[in-house]
Design a protein around this ligand. Sequence first.
Ligand SMILES: C[S@@+](CC[C@H](N)C(=O)[O-])C[C@H]1O[C@@H](n2cnc3c(N)ncnc32)[C@H](O)[C@@H]1O
Length: 308
Amino acid sequence: MATIQTILAKYRPKIDSLDLELIIAHELKKSREFVLTYPEKTVNGKQEAEIRKLLNKRLRNEPLAHILGHKEFYGLDFKVTRDTLIPRPETEMLVELALRKKQETRNLPTGQAGKKQVMYIVDVGTGSGNIIISIAKAIESKNLLHASCYMLYGTDISEKALKIAKYNAKKNNVDKKIKFLHGNLLEPLLKNTKYQIPDTKYIILANLPYLSKKIYSATAPNVKNFEPKSALYSPKAGLEHYKKLLKQIKILNTKYQIPNTILELSPEQKNPITILVKKILPSAKIEFKKDLAGKWRVCVIELIDLSI
Ligand SMILES: C[S@@+](CC[C@H](N)C(=O)[O-])C[C@H]1O[C@@H](n2cnc3c(N)ncnc32)[C@H](O)[C@@H]1O
């Protein structure tokens, strides 16, 4: 019978140690610390066969998150499948920025004096729901906004992704706080009058597909072969989705205040997105933020003036 140690020794030269330990821990339903502390423990035949099956998947480049079935994001646990993008650490910037901007947004003057202000936070292309669920949890745990004055939405064109997002919202106990809507970008909100409340302020967040054809073709096999192309690739140098979104924001901005739109992008898109924003929303203020690797990653668009 194999021990943890014999499996570790066999696969260590071929698989990253952390991945290896996590896969063994996953199958044994133990922690990684257990695997490291008790290498002499034996595994039964069924467990050994299953561990080998999972390790062989990893050797064929299947992402660890797919093998384990979940991924951590902003300190929370999310189910992921082949229908959703695996949440990336750099996307946590969108959560941080949204939480910071939300407070400033609250203090803006309202259109009609005395009217109660409603704030919509919309995550466009929600995927596994990681962004909007993290925001819901942060608002709840830090008591950042009174429950009655904000609404959280996640939209996606993929019904399969939305199913995972709804599952994740329930798993993280925020399913009552978020509405997940199926459709093209902001269309579900633009088309349905029941979501059109006068005096609403919007914070729009989007990590939409933004890889150009060239960058997508050069992407590593563990991404290209396992994550949905519809979550990664966008025509027109990776900017077609953002162009459509900016046009929808222009329409929305005729009725509502959209003080902040926060977009994740690819570093080389800094100049082209600036040109696009200036063309579609000429009065907007644009700011860029770098990720931890020092690369331009996020574009913050401020739109206060309703008369563009
Ligand atoms: C890059 S993934 C981001 C997923 C998730 N928000 C995250 O940060 O990990 C882009 C998501 O946008 C969705 N999407 C693609 N085209 C869309 C469209 N036209 N309207 C709404 N969602 C779209 C994809 O299905 C995918 O879930």
